[in-house]
Design a protein around this ligand. Structure first.
Ligand SMILES: [Zn+2]
Length: 241
């Protein structure tokens, strides 16, 4: 249930959830909204008392979260919108044509389709092209590090799978010699894609994220931490893998 409270002349909306719990808890959502969970028996006046006590903390953190949101680069795939692709910003357009194809220009990506008003169809044409580019780029990024690593370590021939994932940049299944990468990596710069590629390759040698694992990462990518930080900060997915 949505409610509102007034802090310092500002109306702050919050989502109130009743739970079988003893305490009143306050959360800031990733989209910088406020969420409160409270015991079923708690009076609104009691809940608001807690909110007023935490006013400073709430306002500070709502503001902080807004700032984080702004830094996250996302694509809407709408006509005449900005699109991030390989770490660069382009203008995206959809145009009508007899043949389906995608034109990659200096600062624009134009998707030509037989029916540009059919938004879903047009987006599918674009996504198919994006996936093709990703397949090529992801394979190159992995192979580039694999070629180096096989000089010293046993790295199997691998199978690459690309798909959209909500919470992970990549996974490695050593028992199946399989690496899965998140399609969204194609929106990030090459250096950040390479970080995930090496990370997943390293899992063929060490399953856990321990000293041994990070030692190998460092051997091939001394700046891996900086790349990881940038990837998660700019492209927004929380991903420890
Ligand atoms: Zn991992």
């Amino acid at each position: 249930m949505m409610r509102a409270i007034i802090f310092d002349n500002k109306i702050i909306e919050y989502e109130l959830n009743r739970k079988a719990k003893k305490n009143i808890n306050i959360y800031i959502n990733p989209n910088s909204t406020l969420k409160v969970s409270a015991p079923r028996w708690a009076l609104i006046s009691e809940i608001e008392k807690v909110l007023y006590e935490k006013e400073k903390w709430i306002l500070k953190n709502l503001e902080k979260q807004k700032h984080i949101d702004k830094n996250i680069k996302t694509n809407s795939f709408e006509n005449n919108s900005k699109i991030w692709f390989k770490g660069k910003e382009y203008n995206l357009f959809f145009e009508e044509s007899k043949k389906n194809f995608v034109f990659l220009g200096e600062d624009q990506i134009i998707t030509f389709t037989k029916n540009k008003d059919d938004k879903e169809y047009a987006k599918n044409v674009l996504m198919k092209w994006i996936k093709n580019v990703a397949t090529n780029d992801f394979k190159n990024a992995i192979d580039c590090y694999r070629d180096e690593m096989v000089k010293k370590y046993k790295i199997p021939e691998y199978e690459l799978q690309i798909r959209s994932m909500k919470t992970r940049w990549g996974t490695c299944t050593p028992s199946k010699n399989k690496i899965t990468l998140n399609l969204s990596l194609i929106y990030a710069p090459k250096e950040e894609l390479e970080y995930v590629a090496l990370h997943e390759l390293t899992h063929f040698l060490e399953i856990r994220h321990n000293k041994h694992f990070y030692g190998i990462m460092e051997e091939y990518m001394p700046d891996y931490k900086a790349r990881r930080t940038l990837l998660n900060k700019e492209y927004g997915q929380i991903c420890k893998d």
